[in-house]
Design a protein around this ligand. Structure first.
Ligand SMILES: [Zn+2]
Length: 476
């Protein structure tokens, strides 16, 4: 990428940076860190934290409402607000930094070599004997209380082997570590200046300054940059993805599930829940497998057999997952009632009241006192995610089936199928085999396919919003 396109891209991205304070984002996860103008998109969802320390990282268990494809509110441009003075100031700073990227493509006008490389490069202003082509900060300027760190010490403090670039003409620098970049400009000692982090976040930090041709870095600048790098690298480790989806056709084999006998098109036939759930699950399985070749899609049964409930949950729990991976469990059932008028679909999620023993206690041997806390946090997160999938499926079935199949709403319950499963889980009741109208839908290949397609879309809605947000739960 040429510096010019890089500049254009950066400028193009800039309006996405929110500089408002107290925006519409709520919830602990969306809290801003002091000294930052923008709510960073990145955050580490601690669904399955690796350690107590990580588990204790702030995060929000916001009341969850799925909204697939929706932008995280803090990252939306501010409509109709005009250009604010602070925005203008930041934009100017940004342009200066962008132009510096442009200037880095060639030798500087005075022939000084560009500072690209490790801090120990003799061409860098932190090295002895270097001079800046621009006037240095006047020595009579109000001096900072601190001496500041040398370039070498600052880089050592920021992280293992950061790359450093310096543009002596514009007096701007760039620090790169593990694929993340912080662009800063030198200013007078004691001045604050914006630091552009990863082209999308602006940190306001005390600026580095030049002293006898050497860069000096305020300790709070170094600490701020280090925190931004650490946070980014950590949140990547925790960036969530759905690694597996378990599709569970209810009942099977000796257990037919619910049954209803009807006369459809002049023929009397008995519908068994186990057959309907298998048909629907097989087509859901093939849709999901095709859509997600990078995920494991599993069936608890693929024919007319009866895995016990324990076997189903064991299968789901045996899927190996990395710490940043989640698994979804979708159980398909059909309903029955003594009241033949009862009809419609239902989507169930795990009750918020239910408390599971989710934490592997051996991992937390040394910190027994935090186990209940982390357990509660996980429970809340799992429940929220279960609610989100349930809502997405519920909405999609409603869209697809319209009035032909009434919605009975979301339900919460503790059912055995998922209570031992360490994953967000939902159960879909497709309709009532005991109701003539529902039975006609469930018996029709076409209608059942439509119903299943809606479940598929609900799952993909959730997966997309979950993964694009890195595991965020959005507030509505
Ligand atoms: Zn059932």
């Amino acid at each position: 990428m040429t510096p010019v396109t890089s500049m254009i891209l950066k400028i193009g991205i800039f309006p996405r940076v929110n500089i408002r304070r107290g925006g519409p984002v709520t919830g602990r996860r969306a809290r801003r860190k002091p000294g930052r103008f923008s709510a960073p998109l990145r955050s580490s969802p601690a669904l399955r934290p690796r350690s107590p320390q990580q588990a204790a990282r702030p995060s929000a268990w916001a009341s969850a409402t799925p909204h697939p494809g929706r932008q995280f509110p803090a990252m939306q441009p501010i409509p109709g607000r005009g250009v604010r003075p602070r925005f203008l100031a930041l934009a100017i700073a940004f342009f200066a930094l962008s132009f510096s990227a442009f200037a880095q493509s060639g030798d500087s006008p005075n022939g000084l070599q560009q500072g690209v490389g490790r801090p120990e490069d003799s061409s860098l202003p932190g090295a002895p004997g270097e001079s800046s082509p621009l006037p240095e900060s006047p020595s009579q300027a109000p001096g900072p209380a601190e001496q500041g760190l040398s370039l070498d010490d600052a880089m050592k403090a920021i992280g293992p082997d950061p790359a450093f670039r310096w543009d002596p003409f514009f007096r701007t620098g760039n620090i790169s570590l593990s694929g993340h970049h912080a662009s800063f400009s030198a200013a007078y000692p004691g001045e604050q200046a914006p630091v552009i982090f990863d082209s999308r976040e602006i940190l306001s930090l005390p600026a580095p300054w030049l002293e006898n041709g050497l860069l000096r870095f305020p300790e709070s600048f170094v600490a701020g940059i280090k925190r931004a790098f650490d946070d980014s690298i950590l949140s990547e480790q925790f960036r969530y993805r759905i690694a597996a989806i378990v599709v569970d056709p209810g009942h099977g084999g000796r257990d037919p599930g619910a049954q209803g006998t009807h006369t459809i098109n002049g023929k009397t036939l008995t519908l068994s829940e186990k057959d309907i759930t298998l048909k629907s699950s097989l087509s859901l399985y093939s849709r999901l497998s095709a859509a997600y070749p990078d995920k494991r899609v599993l069936l608890t049964r693929d024919r007319d057999v009866y895995p016990t409930l324990e076997e189903r949950t064991l299968l789901a729990n045996s899927v190996p997952l990395k710490d940043n991976e989640a698994i979804l469990y979708v159980s398909i059932h059909a309903n029955a009632s003594l009241n033949r008028n009862a009809r419609g679909y239902e989507v169930w999620y795990l009750s918020p009241d239910y408390r599971r023993d989710l934490i592997d206690k051996e991992k937390f041997q040394d910190s027994a006192e935090i186990i209940p806390i982390v357990n509660d946090m996980l429970q809340e997160e799992f429940t929220n995610e279960s609610i989100m999938i349930a809502q997405a499926i519920n909405r999609r079935i409603g869209e697809a089936m319209g009035r032909s199949l009434p919605a009975r709403g979301l339900k919460a319950e503790e059912w055995f199928v998922v209570r031992n499963v360490r994953m967000p889980s939902v159960l879909v009741e497709l309709g009532f085999v005991t109701n003539p109208a529902d039975a006609e839908i469930l018996n029709s290949e076409e209608s059942l396919k439509k119903l299943t397609e809606a479940i598929y879309k609900g799952i993909t809605d959730f997966v997309t919003s979950f993964e694009s947000s890195g595991g965020f739960i959005f507030n509505q």
